[in-house]
Design a protein around this ligand. Structure first.
Ligand code: 13P
Length: 257
């Protein structure tokens, strides 16, 4: 089954609201609607969501709005938190969950990732669930890395029904490749993405597993994107540094067309 590719820019804690407006405008100006078989998502900070959403103007472009995190409660006394309902109200269609930086600096756990995934699904927002092993785990060998990542997958999908599982997006981001300039080889990334799909098939069956889009993330650049694109289980990319300017980001989008 041919899955539609997806390339998402994770802007992390970068860009003021004005800069975010300029970058999204620049991306729109150079975007071709004949990039039909690739879906493009921009994930600015919470602060810039509304502004970027206005620039994207869904009627004219195929570029979707995404957030970088969410809290699982719907409302109430949770100072500083943002709910899935709030994200929906500004037009978010996607939301990154469980990014390794959130796991490392903000105490995200497999349990909180699962709660966030379920909260997003109730609002019809597609979770982009990040998984990935650190260098110490990778150094223990490929089996240790696969066991670690597939356990993250099982935890993230807990209590998600089979009718919803197929629309979830996974991003395999080995921590040792994020922001380091060291990408996984396409073969290593493909092997892990295959194993992720295999785990989803064990839980939900092959038909659902074949629907799930699995992205690679970690120092993906225009120069290496074309090596990942042909891999059978890699359906796109989650891009950090190279998403902060229009040209390199769109060059990566083109590699997945
Ligand atoms: P880089 O592309 O900067 O390595 O970041 C990847 C990432 O963490 C995307 O979520």
């Amino acid at each position: 089954m041919k899955r539609r590719s997806l390339v998402a820019g994770n802007w992390k804690m970068n860009k003021t609201t004005v800069e975010a407006a300029m970058l999204s405008q620049d991306i729109c100006n150079h975007y071709y609607n004949d990039y039909d078989n690739v879906e493009t998502v921009l994930c600015p900070s919470f602060m810039a969501l509304k502004t970027v959403g206005t620039v994207l103007d869904y009627d004219k472009s195929d570029i979707m709005l995404g957030a970088q995190d969410v809290y699982w409660q719907d409302n109430g006394a949770f100072t500083g938190a943002i709910s899935a309902t709030m994200l929906k109200s500004v037009g978010c269609k996607y939301c990154i969950v469980g990014h390794s930086e959130r796991r490392q600096y903000f105490g995200e756990t497999d349990e909180s990732v699962n709660l966030k995934v379920r909260a997003l699904l109730t609002q019809d927002i597609t979770p982009i669930i990040c998984v990935g092993e650190n260098l110490a785990k990778r150094d223990e060998g490929e089996k240790a890395a696969i066991d670690f990542v597939t356990a993250q997958i099982s935890a993230a999908f807990g209590e998600v029904g089979s009718d919803e599982a197929g629309r979830i997006v996974i991003a395999y981001e080995p921590i040792w490749a994020i922001g380091t300039g060291h990408t996984a080889t396409p073969e290593t990334a493909q092997e892990m993405c295959f194993r992720i799909r295999e785990r989803i098939a064990e839980i939900y069956g092959l038909e659902t597993a074949e629907k799930v889009r699995i992205l690679y993330g970690g120092s993906m650049k225009p120069e290496n994107a074309a090596m990942f694109a042909p891999q059978p289980d890699i359906d796109g990319g989650l891009i950090g540094g190279a998403a902060l300017e229009a040209k390199p980001f769109l060059d990566i989008v083109k590699a997945f067309v």
